[in-house]
Write a protein that binds this ligand. Structure first.
Ligand SMILES: Cc1cc2nc3c(=O)[nH]c(=O)nc-3n(C[C@H](O)[C@H](O)[C@H](O)COP(=O)(O)O)c2cc1C
Length: 320
């Protein structure tokens, strides 16, 4: 059974972005569910055998905190034996096991994983059944609409198979794999999926404002919405959407508030081993759209350690 979600707005899994500090920050700002970056099933298995030797747990490899719960781990990879093994390894630590069938990156699709699986009806059926039978925790799915424009309705069959096999919730980003991030997400397809499904549907794609979230919910009747790029460097969006859905109004935040929230993020990173390059990437996102932002980002790019980065951001804060 799915856990109870405190709000209808979820943070999307984003490789290199949704690290444990950002997830925790978004959770505190009102995200009802956060999901880890996608994780290779073979790496989980390889890591576990190393960790076992050192008497450590998988938490050393996939960092998280209990304050993020309910917490979903996203897996990718289609070898059924490895999938079963990896799912069993991570099950004790997470509340939901999510499966990635949407990633458009060629290095993923070429290994018959991510979005490429949408066209493999037999294999997807086996994947769902393997996962659902391997674990007692709820299994959810994240998909795109299809592979190419000609196959943009593949989601219909995949969703039906998923539901039959016991998948408990589907997140739908209605772009095709070949579209990447170009064009727009076709929200009509979310509406269609919601109509043909009896499990919860999470609508995803192109939400950057509270108004967008409400429009998606009103238009598609989806149960939840998931935010990716719109939440980058802007954790306030969760609070704003929650408020807007309840009261039709929300608090505006200044760029100074955004810089402030970057320091909150930075503070949270202390608990984890997040790569400095990733933290720098986050700093760039928190300055997006700011006056003088591009100058600031050139300085951020050149910073070599946390201390330098902190000084640059501090100077920006006091001169803004
Ligand atoms: C940098 C980046 C990394 C992503 N990594 C993942 C991932 O690991 N797993 C996944 O299912 N989707 C991933 N996505 C896709 C997002 O979860 C989401 O479906 C997509 O960005 C559309 O939502 P948005 O318009 O709100 O950004 C990623 C997207 C971006 C921009």
């Amino acid at each position: 059974m799915l856990p109870k979600f405190s709000t209808r707005v979820f943070l999307a899994p984003m490789a290199g972005v949704s690290d444990p500090a950002l997830r925790l920050q978004c959770k505190k700002m009102g995200a009802g569910l956060v999901v880890t970056e996608f994780t290779n099933i073979h790496s989980i298995i390889a890591k576990e055998s190393q960790l076992k030797e050192k008497m450590k747990t998988i938490q050393e490899f996939i960092e998280y905190s209990d304050d993020e719960r309910p917490l979903s781990i996203q897996l990718f990879g289609s070898n059924l034996f490895a999938l079963e093994k990896a799912a069993k390894i991570v099950e004790p630590y997470f509340d939901i096991i999510d499966y990635n069938m949407g990633c458009p990156a060629p290095h993923i699709t070429s290994q018959m994983a991510g979005g490429a699986l949408l066209q493999e009806v037999n294999l997807t059926q086996q994947i769902f059944s393997t996962l659902v039978n391997a674990v007692k925790k709820p299994v959810t799915l994240k998909i795109r609409s299809g592979v190419t424009d000609a196959s943009k309705f593949l989601f219909r069959d995949v969703a039906e198979i998923a539901e039959d096999e016991g998948i408990e919730m589907i997140t739908f980003h209605p772009r095709t794999v070949s579209q990447g991030y170009s064009g727009t997400a076709d929200w009509d397809l979310i509406k269609e999926l919601k109509q043909i499904s009896s499990i919860p549907i999470v609508g995803n794609g192109d939400i950057t404002t509270p108004e967008d979230a409400k429009t998606m919910i009103d238009h598609t009747d989806c149960d939840y919405v998931m935010i990716g790029r719109g939440a980058m460097g802007n954790p306030f969006l969760f609070e704003q959407i929650n408020d807007y859905l309840k009261t039709n109004s929300y608090k505006e935040y200044s760029f100074k508030d955004r810089l402030d929230s970057f320091f909150d993020y930075l503070h949270l990173t202390n608990q984890y081993k997040i790569k400095f390059a990733n933290i720098k990437g986050q700093a760039m996102r928190f300055t997006k759209g700011m006056k003088g932002g591009s100058k600031l980002r050139s300085k951020i790019t050149l910073s070599k350690n946390i201390q330098e980065l902190e000084k640059i951001m501090n100077d920006a804060y006091f001169s803004s």
